[in-house]
Design a protein around this ligand. Sequence first.
Ligand code: PEP
Ligand code: MG
Length: 325
Amino acid sequence: AKERLQELVQVPSVTPDGERLYLAANISSIKELDAALSRGADGVGLFRTEFLYMDRSRFPTEDEQFEVYKAAAERLGSATLTIRTLDIGGDKQLDYYDMPEENNPFLGYRAIRFSLDRSDLFKTQLRAILRAAVFGNIRIMYPLIASVDEVRAANALLAEAERELAAEGLPFRGGLPTGAMIEVPAAVMIADLLAKEVAFLSIGTNDLIQFTLAVDRMNDQINHMYEPYHPAVLRMLRIVAESAARSGVPVSVCGEMAGDVRAIPLWVGLGIQMLSMSVQSVLPVKATMLRTNAMACKKVTEELFALGTAAEIKERLERFHAGAA
Ligand code: PEP
Ligand code: MG
């Protein structure tokens, strides 16, 4: 089966009735990028930049970051490189930076909140990204957005970084597409308003499931309650997809759920444009897409929203994939 999958590397991910869904990779290093390309990923939908900040003794400099982003952009050529700005805090700590003790770190000082508070560090990263954008097709993604104000503040710092680089005479590319990650219920409920501020939305299901169900994704005792197919999660996804469609803004999904072959009918049914997943999921997801009719996906997705439990939803999806439609 592995060799068969390898034959699909060059094949575009299109359903038999002609619906295209781009399959991108989540990567955390340049090494993973090579693996993604050898498995036929359509680009990178989530470049987790935390690795640049972890396992070291100080924050990375602008030049250090520039070199890594540039290398990634060059390797991808015209394919999209979605760079997520620093998503530190929560489960991800830095040895050299004293983060506050928090009772609820996942609800705390993290991601875009950290970046907007430490705008000096944030701007260093943005400047490195702008300079690297000369070498490829880069877009910028902000993690854990919960308000329009945060997007505007981040975009304002991006504009400031552009003005600085211009004043210094350093080469860069401005006007990059920016996107908001949809990871908290607040962002779901204002997806229509966020869509007016950005060029794309990307649903981070890992955090969104945790916050929708109030289930800590790191807590083993309640692991069984962490349920991607909970009807509430599906409704969250539908709100985002419909809001974005009305605004004409494309939506990606970049949490673990994007790599689950069971969910493909749902993504096609909701009109998602891009899935970004772990490198090893790209070919299995593509293989399933190539034999899944978009029309049938739309029909079964409608049915899913009438089902009351995750078990019923999963059972329906399994029956779909078994060929009973
Ligand atoms: C997510 O929350 O779904 C996501 C992609 O981000 P991370 O897993 O890095 O928090
Ligand atoms: Mg997240």
